[in-house]
Ligand binder design. Sequence first.
Ligand SMILES: Nc1ncnc2c1ncn2[C@@H]1O[C@H](COP(=O)(O)OP(=O)(O)O)[C@@H](O)[C@H]1O
Ligand SMILES: [Mg+2]
Length: 240
Amino acid sequence: MKDASGIDDGTVLRASGLAKTFVLHTQGGVEIPVFAGLDFSVRAGECVVLSGRSGCGKSTLMRSLYANYRVDAGRIEIRHEDRIVDLATAPAHEILAVRRRTLGHVSQFLRVIPRVATIDIVAQPLRAAGIDAAAAERRAAELLARLNLPSRLWKLAPATFSGGEQQRVNIAHGFALARPVLLLDEPTASLDEGNRNVVIELIEEAKRDGAAIVAICHDHEVRNAIADRLFEMPGGRLAA
Ligand SMILES: Nc1ncnc2c1ncn2[C@@H]1O[C@H](COP(=O)(O)OP(=O)(O)O)[C@@H](O)[C@H]1O
Ligand SMILES: [Mg+2]
């Protein structure tokens, strides 16, 4: 995307003037302002870690960037194929197309789909992008093996897996298809050191491939390993 002087500065995702207030309709319409006038951007090959106290709105910003939450004001421009899409105003079918090809997301917890085998969950983003079933399964198996998920679990649905096993399925699903922008919400929170290091490697590989990464990450070692820059949330320094 072009900067103010018209030069393409490698920005692939740019939010400007974002505002989000939650309104609790079931609790007397209480309003919870989370942010307003927020500007944020990330370039290809760069990892930006969102920083600030618990409750300051990091997850809300990330879900807004993924268009899970509708913002009240502002633009969320993303470079999608050969054009710029504003996710703040894009229709649902366009948001889905951007997610399929351009914008990946690893949430804090796996949303388990009943009865779908782990290997198929991980292969699904590849098949949705048009990769043939055998190649998709090979890539899924490679990721699950790297993340030390025992192969006896691959044909099972992850509903009964431990928290750490589910999180590794979630990570494999998020990294299966190389996408230009990747959002990671606490990807290593429930992992042991060995698997944390695998996630650091996956992030480094994605950056080398030119991915722009936005992460929420409380683990200092992981943060130091992956962050090119910290983004201090507005209000993130206030006492809780
Ligand atoms: N779905 C929601 N509905 C209402 N309030 C919410 C919702 N999600 C988050 N909040 C509120 O918004 C604020 C920011 O939350 P969150 O983005 O989860 O913070 P962080 O990720 O930085 O810990 C908190 O005060 C939280 O209670
Ligand atoms: Mg959070």
